[in-house]
Design a protein around this ligand. Structure first.
Ligand code: FAD
Length: 290
């Protein structure tokens, strides 16, 4: 398996700037995220405070960011990262569509305002999962509940339904009615809490309680402490020093995920610092193994 110098999670301003800086410093980069950058960029109405781009629309700023990255030969690998594991001298990165390796990692995954459901963290890995594609094989002939946040999750539901006996699909977005067969869709249901006992998962909602062999929560973002086991948090944010280093050697973080102010220029600036720090780390690593 190819081992990249730097894996970057997130394609908002922080991740894109980190990728550009890493590329300028001749490092191999794996940039994971959304090919369209970040919704927080493209959906902003007018931006007044980004240096060199006065009164720019979010859509135009997003295009400018992506064009800059593309012009430098940077490609975005469209995938969602489920977990990052430190293996000592490298990192194993587990994604929806496959696994990757990198010598260092920069987490630029933005800030999530969503709180985990009561019981979610307790039963994660034991009845609760974030990736239906990854775990589908375990659901042959079984039942599953999917809490979905975007139409893109419908593909995952279909994949799971090919193996599972029945899938309960609870869309938390405007559902257009595309699913059928053994997928039972119920709209306008708000999940409340999760429990798992004697091999059965229970989802309490504002209406009924659903039960199945497992529950999949397909949020776009995963809590940082779940994304990287052992990561030291500072409240809701990843704890970093001025070089954007976390408590895990070789792992850096930047942008909204490290704390306020939530601003494009701060995110991009931290992306630059994180990439330079990752480059210094790689140099140290190389010296230590020579
Ligand atoms: C409507 C709106 C208007 C705003 N206007 C302004 C403004 O005028 N000026 C200003 O300075 N700031 C503004 N902001 C704030 C600004 O959007 C954020 O500060 C900035 O986008 C943060 O950049 P980021 O790269 O840290 O994170 P984000 O832009 O949130 O990007 C994170 C990226 O990581 C991806 N990601 C997350 N988890 C994973 C995963 N597990 N695997 C793969 N990819 C993942 C996400 O899909 C996303 O693409 C605005 C925000 C909003 C919502």
């Amino acid at each position: 398996m190819e081992r990249f110098d730097i894996a970057i999670i997130g394609t908002g301003p922080a991740g894109l700037e980190a990728a550009i800086t890493a590329k300028v410093r001749n490092k191999t980069v794996l940039l994971l995220g959304n090919k369209g950058s970040s919704d927080k960029v493209s959906k902003a109405h007018t931006i007044q405070n980004y240096l060199g781009l006065p009164n720019v629309s979010g859509e135009d700023m997003s295009k400018a960011f992506l064009a800059h990255a593309t012009s430098m030969g940077i490609e975005i690998t469209e995938d969602k990262v489920n977990a990052v594991y430190s293996m000592g001298k490298y990192f194993a990165i587990q994604c929806h569509s496959g696994d990757y390796e990198a010598s260092s990692v920069i987490v630029a995954a933005g800030m999530t305002t969503m709180k985990p459901f009561p019981g979610e963290m307790e039963f994660l890995g034991r009845g609760v999962s974030y990736c239906a594609t990854c775990d589908a094989a375990l659901y042959k002939g079984k039942t599953a509940i999917i809490i979905a946040y975007s139409a893109a999750d419908e593909e995952e539901a279909e994949f799971l339904a090919e193996r599972a006996q029945k899938v309960y699909y609870l869309p938390q977005y405007e559902y257009a009615g595309n699913l059928g067969g053994n997928i039972e869709v119920t709209c306008d249901v708000k999940p409340d809490s999760i429990a798992y006992t004697e091999g059965r998962a229970y989802l309490a909602t504002d209406k009924d309680t659903y039960t199945a062999d497992g529950i999949f929560i397909l949020r776009e973002q995963i809590a940082p402490s779940q994304l990287v086991p052992g990561l030291q948090m500072d409240g809701n944010h990843i704890g970093v020093d001025r070089s954007m280093a976390t408590n895990i050697k070789g792992l850096f973080a930047c942008g909204d995920i490290t704390g306020a102010p939530y601003q494009y220029i701060k995110a991009a600036g931290e992306g630059n610092v994180a990439a330079l720090s990752a480059v210094s780390y790689l140099n140290e690593l190389k010296k230590a193994t020579e």
